[in-house]
Design a protein around this ligand. Structure first.
Ligand code: IFM
Length: 443
């Protein structure tokens, strides 16, 4: 075993999002997940984010946990209807004060805040006006971004406009398994366009209110591998790459939608107004990369985009996602070669396993530790190939509300007993903390 070192200044952190951990339901406006969780059969066991990890009331304890783990950065999201209960108009002093206290407490603990502005909790008031399908929502988002940056921008120096626009658009509006729950491809494509457009509108609003800060966006990536060398499988993998990855990267970094996918979507393509793509491609400072697994793709006529995902033999997490660290290296190298973002961060990477609190009061999770060891080594492999990767945020600081899976999937470094809200760092938390403290890892 050899010891490998991360570059000087490499940022180490953990990540969460507002709806998944905050609770504090009575102190905010309604969001689309409040509605979605109450639709029968949509969320496991009828779980909701009403209480979640009660982070709204326990944030000081959670910051102490991060400090104990030696974290120097924390990625969290702002709940839009906590700041603007009806989506626009007069901000809530209570909501802004909460984030103000959170940021101050983080800085006092020497933890740098990385703030995501949209991690899926759209105000219900805006959904009733059409949500992301309505072009006007993009301008409302930029206004909201300006309000938050105005209040926190003297202390927050890293801003992420959106988390995973693919998920917002397709899981929420094509597959219907996330809020708002529609199943309509052309709607999903329009939503994707408006989300990207809102990102572009928000960039100058944030820069104006938070001078000297860095602004980026986080995408989820699904690296595609053909199931065979056959030309049909290779072409199918290219289509998967097109819908999952290029549909977002090409407009952001090239100012165009990928032609092959545009042709394939045919009459379902989104309405794009003159100048929209110039707005979307406004220069940003970094790209946030969320990576969990790869996709192995086989041609299958008649299926959506004429392909299916196959399940190769291998290690799988409790999400039934294959553990495949090589795809993280391949992805980072590919993004660097094809799009050349000036800086990249892993804004999410991690895994769910069936953790249990054992009689010794501990959570022994060797599979998660191994997942981190493999993926952090994959990051170093990419760095050694010239990728300007500047930091890594583990998903997640603690177990939390895993969307349609409710609380039945545990991604945390810290175990949460949701009946008592007791937090117990898992063995993997100690492992990750030791890597972060020394900025070295054994291969
Ligand atoms: O929990 C989610 C997170 O909200 C967004 N990225 C993927 C995670 C695991 O599914």
């Amino acid at each position: 075993m050899g010891v490998r070192r991360f570059p000087e200044g490499f940022v180490w952190g953990t990540a969460t999002s507002s709806y998944q951990i905050e609770g504090g339901r009575d102190e905010r406006g309604d969001c689309i997940w409040d509605t979605f969780c109450r639709l029968p059969g949509k969320v496991a066991e009828g779980h909701t984010g009403d209480v979640a990890n009660d982070h709204y009331h326990r944030y000081r304890e959670d910051i102490a946990l991060m400090a104990d783990l030696g974290m120097r950065a924390y990625r969290f999201s702002i709940c839009w209807p906590r700041v603007l209960p009806s989506g626009s108009g007069r901000p809530s002093a209570v909501g802004l004060d909460f984030y103000d206290r959170l940021v101050d407490a983080l800085l006092a603990a020497n933890i740098d805040p990385y703030v995501t502005l949209y991690h899926w909790d759209l105000p219900t008031a805006l959904q009733s006006l059409g949500g992301w399908a309505a072009r006007d929502t993009a301008q409302r988002f930029a206004d909201y971004a300006g309000v938050v940056a105005e209040r926190l921008g003297d202390r927050v120096k890293h801003w992420i406009t959106h988390n995973e626009p693919w998920v917002v658009a397709f899981l929420g509006n094509h597959l219907g398994v996330h809020a708002p729950g529609w199943e309509d491809l052309s709607l999903a494509l329009q939503v994707a366009h408006h989300v990207l457009y809102s990102h572009g509108l928000a960039v100058p609003a944030i820069r104006a209110a938070s001078p000297g800060s860095e602004v980026g966006i986080t995408l989820n990536f699904s690296p595609a591998y053909p199931a065979s060398d056959g030309p049909e499988d290779v072409a199918a993998a290219r289509r998967h790459d097109g819908q999952a990855n290029r549909w977002f990267m090409d407009p952001l970094y090239r100012g165009e939608y990928p032609e092959d996918m545009w042709d394939l979507y045919g009459y379902q393509v989104p309405r794009v107004a003159d100048g929209d793509l110039e707005v979307i491609r406004r220069p940003i400072d970094f790209l946030g990369v969320n990576y969990y697994t790869r996709a192995v793709i086989r041609h299958r006529p008649g299926a959506y985009l004429d392909y299916e995902t196959v399940r190769p033999a291998g290690e799988y997490t409790a999400m039934d996602w294959e553990v495949y660290p090589q795809a993280l290296t391949d992805l980072l190298v590919r993004l660097h070669e094809d799009y050349a973002p000036g800086s990249l961060y892993i804004t999410e990477n991690g895994c769910a396993y069936e953790d249990t609190l054992t009689p010794d009061g501990q959570v022994h999770d060797p599979a998660r530790t191994e997942y981190y060891r493999l993926h952090l080594n994959a990051c170093l492999d990419a760095i050694e190939q010239g990728v300007p990767l500047d930091g890594y945020f583990s998903w997640s600081l603690m177990d939390n509300f895993e969307w349609a899976f409710g609380y039945t999937r545990r991604f945390g470094l810290v175990y949460v007993d949701f009946a008592t809200q007791a937090r117990t760092p898992k063995d993997s938390a100690r492992y990750y903390a030791s890597v972060a403290r020394t900025s070295t890892i054994e291969d």
